[in-house]
Design a protein around this ligand. Structure first.
Ligand code: NDP
Length: 291
């Protein structure tokens, strides 16, 4: 009585998704470009298909997770109207524009389309901390939500199919910013032989405490009111050359941080000396810059 599901793409993520569906008792049909990868899943009870068309014929719900959306477009092309009447859930990482384009193509081919952003690594799938962002066809989402919940939490972001990718990329942007800062700090402490792992004992609580300010920055960004009594742009502008000088003196590249100096300079030039760092989000808007 559980919904049959087809999984197209059995990389690390696709394999984790198919395996979770099998463990939850769904009939699962799998296809992968390199057929050898179906082996472990077939051992768990999946049915292997010879082609995407053969695979989608088996299920009303089709999950696709390939390397890139170009690969998804190729598979969709090959399927033609054989995807008609089915729901395609695309969990491949991509851009909002790609998601909108694939949604339009799927609609032309008679399929319902959901785009998704997986906020988990394969080992987390079906565990308590995994969740997936969804956008697109809301009716298809409601119909298949219980099945999709096998992967972890489900989070609806809206009917614009590009929104799941926008949320996904925005969350990962925050992560990359954090990674960049941590790596720069490690490179800097290592110049004096300080152990990066030891240093993490100071770094993690510090960054965590600073991150607690994010909701307040968010309120400032939403309202456009950036005046602060915490740490002004003027004070950061005065201090930041010390960072670039220290990177240089210690033999660490400043290439990731030099752009930050440029935006602090711009904030001062444009009269935002008394604002907090939340002003930066406004300064990044390209239309604002050109105005
Ligand atoms: P893998 O490299 O393990 O798997 C890639 C998959 O794409 C394989 O099934 C591969 O097939 C297939 N593929 C590549 N090129 C083509 C092509 N031209 N035509 C058909 N199939 C193709 O990657 P992951 O499983 O880790 O990632 C898959 C997607 O999931 C990516 O978009 C990734 O960003 C996203 N994702 C991954 C996460 C992770 O932690 N791994 C986390 C969140 C999202 P073949 O076996 O034949 O090479």
């Amino acid at each position: 009585s559980k919904t049959p599901v087809t999984v197209l793409g059995l990389g690390m993520m696709g394999t984790a998704l198919a395996s979770a569906l099998l463990r939850a008792g769904h009939p699962v049909t799998v296809w992968n470009r390199s057929a050898a990868r179906t082996g472990p899943l077939v051992a768990q009870g999946a049915r292997p298909a010879d082609s995407p068309a053969d695979a989608v014929a088996a299920s009303p719900l089709v999950v696709v997770c390939l390397l890139a959306n170009d690969n998804v477009a190729d598979v969709l092309d090959a399927l033609g109207d054989r995807i008609s009447g089915r729901t395609l859930v695309n969990l491949t990482n991509g851009t909002p524009a790609q998601a909108r384009e694939l949604a339009a193509r799927a609609a032309e081919q008679g399929a319902s389309y959901l785009d998704g952003g997986i906020m988990a690594v394969p080992q987390m799938i079906a565990g308590p901390h995994a969740y997936v962002l969804y956008s697109g066809d809301e009716k298809a989402y409601e119909t298949h939500r219980d099945t999709l919940a096998v992967f972890g939490g489900t989070r609806w972001t809206g009917t614009d199919p590009g929104l799941a990718a926008l949320y996904d990329l925005s969350l990962l942007t925050g992560m990359y910013g954090m990674v960049i800062g941590v790596m720069q700090a490690y490179a800097l402490v290592r110049t004096e032989g300080i152990g990066a792992e030891d240093f993490s004992e100071l770094l993690v609580p510090w960054v965590t405490a600073m991150l607690a300010g994010a909701p307040e920055w968010g309120r400032a960004v939403d309202s456009g009111r950036h005046l602060t009594d915490v740490s002004s742009m003027a004070v950061n502008h005065a201090a930041f050359p010390n960072f670039l000088a220290t990177f240089r003196d210690q033999g660490v590249s400043g290439e990731l941080f030099a752009p930050f100096q440029a935006i602090l300079d711009r904030a001062m030039e444009q009269g935002h000396a008394a604002d907090g760092l939340s002003r930066i989000a406004d300064l990044l808007k390209l239309d604002h810059q050109n105005a």
